[in-house]
Structure formats: structure tokens, C-alpha cells
Design a protein around this ligand. Structure first.
Ligand SMILES: [Zn+2]
Ligand SMILES: [Zn+2]
Length: 357
């Protein structure tokens, strides 16, 4: 039997013939990085290879001194006889699937990905591109049948309506979302004509990297730039979830607060967090999206990483595919995952509800 092109090692996912790792969680000599989220792109590797559009966000997060080689989407390099190319994953700026070709076989490691459907709008990164392969390594962050996203156009219309109503009532709209990826997806999707947009410093750092990469985002203000605080009563404030309940958020007085995340599909997640609104908006594929993406690869073998591995593996096996899971140390949307803690009980309940309807 031919050797697998990617195997598990204590340091991370390893390509034996190429002698490099993909998104390793321990320091290694050579790392191919799918995207700049903290659990996939870590400090301490000697050499980094990533997609060209991720250059700015990677340096913003890992430091300007990393040894970084970039590759345009679709271009290939050969390392120890393994042909490596990177393809858009639609997840965040510069996110890539890694295609490996060796000995006549093709493997693709997806990292994290988002698959657009009708009514989805996202101008902050290249859309997901299906890549044909023999073996596909898929994430499964939202790999349960209850996760089904509505068209993003409708989600943004809801956000705009909430913001407009708050502005009319004279209160700020505090919208929390992951600072890298989610925040920019929000900024690019809302109607910036409703009022001023204020962002937290953590969001601004990433905004700068997006703008430098040529992504159009509406004008944003920092709190210190605002002389007349009365404008805050009409503002949309975009900040990471960590500000919730803290001193920074309290500066906005009686603001309405909301959270944008795929986890908002679960009613309990919103209730537990004690926020006014939840918007179901994700950078990850939903259950139908995962299935669509997997089918489009034509892969006969699928390996499932972080998320609902067991459910996904069972479904894939039912489709007649060879399926198994890799145990990884990826923990995407770390802030959001605290939301999902205890989801098992909740999901069982939600499933039952869904079945009853
Ligand atoms: Zn990610
Ligand atoms: Zn991830």
C-alpha cells in the first residue's frame, strides 16, 4: 500500500515524503500554514509557507521577523518531490487549502473553509475553490445537521435593521465578533450609510492588514478619534467578544449588544451569554456546505479534523467513503467555542425539536 501523504505526529499533521508539516501546533523546521488564525498559525517555526494574500495578517499576528515564503493561489513549488500548491478556502483573508501531489496521488488539506451559497456576500477573501483529490482532509467545526446558515444578504439586512432601530432610539449598537475574519466580514457587509462605525483596537490591527491587501472596508473610527461623544448614539461598534461586560464596552452606556457567530444558531448560547441579539454569521461551512465541498472533491477517502468528527465520519461512511479522523490541536474561534461549551446537551435538545417540527 502506498504511504499516506499526510499522517499524524505529536507536532502536527506531517507529510513524510516532503518532510514538512501543515499547521503544526509545536515548533518545526518547515510549516505550511493554511491561514492566520492563532490555532493554525503558531509562532516558533523556522520556515513558513503560506498564500500570498495572507502575508500581512500573518506578520501582524506572528511578528514581522518570521521567515515567510508566499505562494500565489494556484502556483506550485516542488519540495522533495512533492508538488505543493495553495487554493482559496473562503474562510478569511489569505486562507488556503493545501494540495499535495506525489507518486500520482493527490491529497488536499482544507484547513478551515467557507462555501458560498446563493445570497452570500463576502468581498474580504477569495471564494472557496473545489479541488479534485484522492483524499480530502476536512474540518468539521459545524459538522452537525442543525447547522444551516441562511443567505448572508439576509443576515446583513437583519444587522442593518437592528442598527437603524438602535440609532433611532439613540443608543449605540455593539456587535461582537472574532477580531480576525468575522469583524471584516461584518464591516464589508453592513450598510455604512446608517451611521459612524467604531472599532476596537484589536479589530483595527487586522483592518489595516486587510486594507493593505486591497480589501475595501468602510471608514472606521477609533474611540480616541471621536471628540463629540454624542455621535456614539448612532454608531455601530465592532469589537471582539472579550470586551463583553468589561470597562471598554461600558463606555457605550446603554448600548444594545449583539454577537455574530455560527454558534448563535443555538438559542441557549445567546441566552447564556446574556446579550440582546444573536446573528448567525460564520466563516465556516455549515452542514450542507461541508457535504457539498466534500462531494466536489471527488475524494474516495476523507479524514475529519476539529469539530464533530464522529458524526461526520459516520455520515461519510454511510455515503460509502473511506473515512477516519485526525486528532488535532486546532480550536478555531477560541472565543466562540466557550459559547459552544455544553452544546452536547443543547444539540440533543435542538435535534429533538427539529425532528418534532
Ligand atoms: Zn480559522
Ligand atoms: Zn480551524
Amino acid at each position: 500500500m502506498a504511504e499516506d501523504l499526510i499522517v499524524e505526529r505529536p507536532e502536527g499533521l506531517y507529510c513524510p515524503p516532503g518532510d514538512f508539516y501543515i499547521d503544526p501546533w509545536r515548533p518545526v523546521e518547515r510549516a505550511v500554514i493554511t491561514h492566520a488564525h492563532g490555532d493554525h498559525a503558531r509562532v516558533g517555526h523556522a520556515h513558513y509557507l503560506a498564500a500570498t494574500p495572507s502575508r500581512g495578517v500573518l506578520r501582524a499576528r506572528l511578528g514581522t521577523d518570521i521567515t515567510l515564503q508566499t505562494l500565489a493561489y494556484g502556483d506550485a513549488i516542488t519540495h522533495h518531490g512533492v508538488r505543493v500548491s495553495l487554493h482559496p478556502a473562503g474562510h478569511v483573508l489569505g486562507s488556503a487549502q493545501v494540495r499535495l501531489e506525489h507518486g500520482g496521488r493527490v491529497w488536499v488539506a482544507s484547513g478551515d473553509y467557507f462555501v458560498s451559497g446563493p445570497g452570500d456576500v463576502n468581498n474580504t477573501c477569495e471564494p472557496f475553490e473545489p479541488v479534485r483529490c484522492d483524499c480530502f482532509i476536512t474540518e468539521s467545526t459545524f459538522g452537525l445537521p442543525i447547522y444551516r446558515w441562511g443567505p448572508q444578504r439576509e443576515v446583513f439586512a437583519d444587522i442593518d435593521r437592528w442598527w437603524r432601530d438602535n440609532a433611532a432610539a439613540g443608543r449605540a449598537s455593539l456587535l461582537m465578533g472574532y477580531a480576525f475574519g468575522k469583524a471584516q466580514r461584518i464591516l464589508a457587509g453592513v450598510d455604512a450609510g446608517i451611521g459612524p462605525i467604531v472599532v476596537h483596537g484589536a479589530v483595527e490591527t487586522l483592518n489595516r492588514a486587510y486594507r493593505e491587501a486591497g480589501v475595501a472596508l468602510p471608514p472606521t473610527l477609533h474611540l480616541r478619534d471621536i471628540a463629540d461623544r454624542s455621535v456614539l448614539a448612532r454608531a455601530l461598534v465592532v469589537a471582539p467578544p472579550s470586551v463583553h461586560g468589561g470597562a471598554w464596552a461600558r463606555r457605550f452606556g446603554n448600548a444594545s449588544d449583539a454577537f455574530a457567530s455560527g454558534w448563535m444558531q443555538l438559542r441557549g448560547a445567546r441566552r447564556r451569554r446574556g446579550i440582546d441579539r444573536g446573528f448567525v454569521l460564520s466563516d465556516h461551512a455549515d452542514w450542507p456546505g461541508l457535504q457539498r465541498a466534500i462531494r466536489a472533491t471527488g475524494a474516495e477517502r476523507v479524514i475529519v479534523t476539529h469539530g464533530y468528527e464522529a458524526v461526520m465520519v459516520r455520515w461519510l461512511q454511510e455515503q460509502g467513503l473511506e473515512a477516519s479522523a485526525f486528532r488535532t490541536e486546532y480550536d478555531d474561534e477560541r472565543h466562540d467555542v466557550t459559547e459552544a461549551a455544553g452544546t452536547t446537551a443543547e444539540v440533543v435538545g435542538a435535534d429533538a425539536e427539529e425532528g418534532a417540527e
